[in-house]
Design a protein around this ligand. Structure first.
Ligand SMILES: O=P(O)(O)OC[C@H]1O[C@@](CO)(OP(=O)(O)O)[C@@H](O)[C@@H]1O
Length: 460
């Protein structure tokens, strides 16, 4: 076929990668598209999924079609809920154009290999709109073509719908500062009715070819169909573990240890005198807080277990998890930062250059730690109130998940000794409160080095 540009052949395998004709492994881009009426938690799912996939190392970006619409015209121009009527030609045209723009941006993001997963956060309530997306993703110009997975959120529980409208919709940029909360609520209910007129749920028979999950009443039940590849199965597992119930997660390091006092890394030293004081005060703190059905998870290191033992008669369960043990510093266990620098200067420099990926010889990296902690995150998602007693590096990884921090900043998050960090998940974010106890402790924080390679030991 001389003169005709040949498309590279691709061979599919089961790992979520394809092998092209040059025998190179290429990750298959995935599009995850939300489906459902307004106020069904689609943006909540999209935010949460995006944060989770990025944290486990799958680069993901969400494309919210509502934001494109708001850029195209404001609510006054739209004329409130009528804009969303299936009979409003102008409204339909603007909404279609916005969806197309978002889909094309998503395509560019995946084609340029900027990321591996794109989430299309829109209602996608009609079969025609879903077909437009699927056809676009299968187009020949994408090499390899994108896999598409739909997440349909179906909800007929008025309590969930109402709390969603009150919590997020009335303060959405569509309404905030434009009308009262009551008027916004009323307008939004009418908007839902407009969407109901054209809603075609994903259908078992008519949509047999699609890959999808139906999440029914915020996770009371699920219907999963045609899951294809690694990313989709991770998504399904994640969605089956999250819940909406209000709760808080408390993070604390063990009390100050004897090794902390002399600046040594890792090891398995007991608590110092101040560390023991912290353990007692921690007990008082939680006695006063009176937290419903509190679970306590501790690492198996002596310093953490000593701290957790004080909690035994307050908490429902105290569990000791090896997976919560501190980062393994390998050949550097028991050294101070100064020893580390003078004995292994090259290694020390490498860690400063890329702390997230640096792996201690015979030990672990922060990246390894994230992989080790994934089951902990999943379990935290499933639980109600939990106190985690662990270590500086481990808690940085957990904190980064809940507060959506990137990999460069993660190893430098501040998790000081003798401090309780209270995390309260909110609709699209997580509230962070820090309670610092008035008990002296050394500062174990090592600042990110300046570009000239120097680092400072900041005061706590
Ligand atoms: O990754 P860096 O910043 O070195 O911090 C991790 C270090 O923090 C320490 C204290 O220096 O944690 P912890 O006291 O919480 O067990 C070390 O054990 C660990 O190696």
């Amino acid at each position: 076929m001389k003169g005709v540009p040949q498309r590279k052949m691709t061979y599919w395998n089961v790992k979520g990668t394809v092998t092209d004709s040059a025998n190179e492994q290429v990750r298959v881009p995935n599009v995850i598209a939300l489906v459902g009426l307004p106020a069904r938690g689609k943006t909540y799912i999209s935010h949460k999924l995006c944060r989770y996939l990025n944290w486990i190392g799958i680069k993901t970006k969400a494309f919210n079609v509502g934001e494109y619409r708001r850029k195209a015209c404001n609510l006054e121009e739209q004329g409130e809920f009528e804009f969303f009527s299936p009979h409003n030609n102008k409204g339909n045209k603007i909404r279609e154009d916005c969806a197309r723009l978002a889909i094309e941006d998503m395509g560019r993001y995946l084609d340029s290999k900027e990321g591996e997963v794109a989430i299309l956060d829109a209602t996608n309530t009609t079969r025609a709109r879903r077909k437009l997306l699927v056809d676009y993703c299968r187009e020949m110009q994408h090499n390899p073509p994108f896999r598409v997975f739909f997440i349909e959120s179906v909800c007929d529980d008025p309590d969930i719908i109402n709390s969603n409208i009150t919590e997020v919709k009335t303060c959405s940029p569509d309404y905030k500062g434009i009308m009262s909360e009551e008027a916004a609520k009323e307008d939004f209910m009418k908007r839902i009715e407009m969407y109901k007129m054209q809603y075609e749920p994903i259908d078992e028979e008519a949509d047999e070819e699609l890959s999808y999950i139906k999440v029914i009443n915020a996770g009371k039940s699920f219907y999963v169909h045609n899951v294809n590849g690694h990313v989709q199965s991770r998504v399904v597992y994640f969605l089956m573990n999250i819940h909406l119930l209000p709760r808080s997660i408390y993070l604390t390091r063990h009390g100050e240890s004897e090794y902390n006092r002399i600046g040594r890394l890792g090891g398995d030293a007991p608590l110092s005198e101040n560390g023991l004081k912290y353990a007692s005060r921690l007990q008082n703190y939680f006695e006063k807080e009176k937290i419903n059905e509190l679970r306590v998870w501790s690492s198996q290191k002596i310093r953490a277990a000593q701290t957790a033992s004080k909690m035994a008669h307050i908490a429902q369960h105290v569990e000791y998890w090896k997976v919560l043990d501190e980062i393994d510093a390998g050949i550097c266990e028991g050294l101070t930062y100064e020893d580390f620098e003078s004995r292994y200067p090259k290694q020390f420099g490498e860690r400063d250059k890329d702390k997230y990926h640096y792996r201690y010889p015979s030990g672990e990296s922060y990246e390894d730690l994230v992989a080790r902690l994934e089951p902990v995150i999943m379990e935290l998602e499933r639980q109600s109130n939990v106190l985690v007693i662990s270590h500086q590096a481990v808690l940085r990884c957990i904190l980064a998940y809940f507060t959506n921090q990137n990999r460069d900043d993660l190893p430098y998050l501040k998790v000081p000794l003798h401090t309780v960090i209270k995390l309260t998940p909110k609709a699209y974010s997580c509230e962070v409160e820090m309670f610092k106890f008035d008990i002296a402790a050394v500062n174990t924080y090592r600042e990110k080095p300046k570009t000239d390679g120097s680092a400072t030991h900041a005061e706590q």
